[in-house]
Write a protein that binds this ligand. Structure first.
Ligand code: SF4
Length: 92
């Protein structure tokens, strides 16, 4: 009982997934690629571990406490900042 049509289908899906990852995340290393499908690197976002004036991660709508960001890969600081900063409506 062979289901030989399963192999080409998996191969095609793998090829499509790889092409998608390559198109979405050019210039990123293999290690970061899985996470980077939804996020950009700190370097791309120009992340810094200190505030930019009044602007900081703690008052950004993309901040995910205690130390993550919706768009930037890896751990970040609540006192950090990047070019994707967007203040919360009630930011102080
Ligand atoms: S300032 Fe940048 S790194 Fe910080 S939470 Fe906002 S988008 Fe993320």
């Amino acid at each position: 009982m062979g289901h030989e049509d399963g192999v080409p289908r998996r191969t095609l899906l793998g090829t499509v997934a790889l092409a998608f990852a390559t198109a979405v995340a050019p210039g990123l290393g293999r290690r970061a690629r899985a996470e980077a499908q939804a996020k950009v690197s700190k370097a791309v976002a120009k992340y810094q571990d200190h505030p930019n004036g009044e602007q900081r991660c703690a008052i950004c709508i993309n901040f995910e406490p205690p130390n993550r960001c919706r768009f930037v890969a890896g751990d970040i600081s609540s006192k950090g900042w990047c070019q994707l900063f967007a203040a919360r409506e009630n930011a102080q």
